[in-house]
Design a protein around this ligand. Sequence first.
Ligand SMILES: C[S@@+](CC[C@H](N)C(=O)[O-])C[C@H]1O[C@@H](n2cnc3c(N)ncnc32)[C@H](O)[C@@H]1O
Length: 240
Amino acid sequence: MNKSHADFSRQIQNMFGAIAPKYDFLNRALSCGRDRYWRRKAVDALAPRPGDRCLDIATGTADVALEIASRDPGNIRVVGVDFSSQMLELGSRKVRARNMERSIALQQGMAESLAFANGSFHGIVTAFGIRNFSDREKGLKEMWRVLKSKGRVVILEFSLPANPVLGLLYRLYFERLLPWIGRRVSGHRSAYSYLPRSVGEFPGPREFVLMMKKTGFQDVAYRNLTFGIATVYTGFKYAS
Ligand SMILES: C[S@@+](CC[C@H](N)C(=O)[O-])C[C@H]1O[C@@H](n2cnc3c(N)ncnc32)[C@H](O)[C@@H]1O
């Protein structure tokens, strides 16, 4: 990893470590509970089946991992990977509280260099993670590598509504009010200003679809959620 990527990763890792204790609360509050629906939709798109082994990259506090495992407890196994030990610690508590230790394993790791053999997973998901990767191309290549042939990848990410009026109203909220609330509640100076900035810098859906196709994913499609505030991307690995 080059130095600027390593510096960026360290900053992001520290930032999530610092906001971890307030992360879930702010997710629910700032999205008015919508975040749960977005994750459910991402897991619907993943469509895990009994016997599947799934990977949740940038699992954070394990909400997506829990959603996947809860679709067929005991029969679907999930590995959640994240580079923030603080986020993982909170995730582990939730996994224990839901008695899901036999279905979900959480481990520390980097999305850009996954510690799994080629073709290890039937399905891979990352929710609100890829925007933060220091090297998105490498992250996508790693997803491709560890996915089994005929496997499916699902990427959930924030986006901006295409409708100009809605877009303007949303930007007022997202770029003004949300950073203010986030700063006050989390006590972190910049994490909740970084959020709208990083969403603004993330490629639009058509461009991101091209990135996924360039990696090798096929039948790539996307679906807007909640007027385009979030987008769920799906792709398949047919060739091995
Ligand atoms: C916005 S949170 C999303 C967490 C979770 N997926 C969710 O739906 O709430 C982003 C997470 O990605 C992790 N992360 C960001 N970049 C990463 C990377 N390159 N490798 C591993 N984890 C990463 C952060 O530590 C953080 O927990």
